[in-house]
Design a protein. Sequence first.
Length: 112
Amino acid sequence: MRALAGAAAGPLALLLVAAGCGESANAEPVATTEVAMVKSYRFDPTTIEIEAGQSVTWTNEDNFTHTVQVDGEEDHKVDRGESVSIAFKTSGTYHYVCTLHSKDMEGEVIVR
Ligand SMILES: [Cu+2]
């Protein structure tokens, strides 16, 4: 029974595993300048891609206050329902965190 199921489901199972990887752990960069802080304690999307000179706006849709701190920059507090915009002038990969929940909330801005 196990061998039969394995033979039939083999190729399909591989496809499902590949699709699952793309959506979760290795988050593909999303081309957008808008990031939401969604319930609970998450940046969505986690990794975004923009052009040099664009600004990214983070909007807090969660029920808690969060912050946005790009590595090496000042911290920006974002209360519920509020937002903050940060301009990225130079290309590079910028990691950022919410300093209140740095274990759970982090993301990346890739500037082309
Ligand atoms: Cu937070």
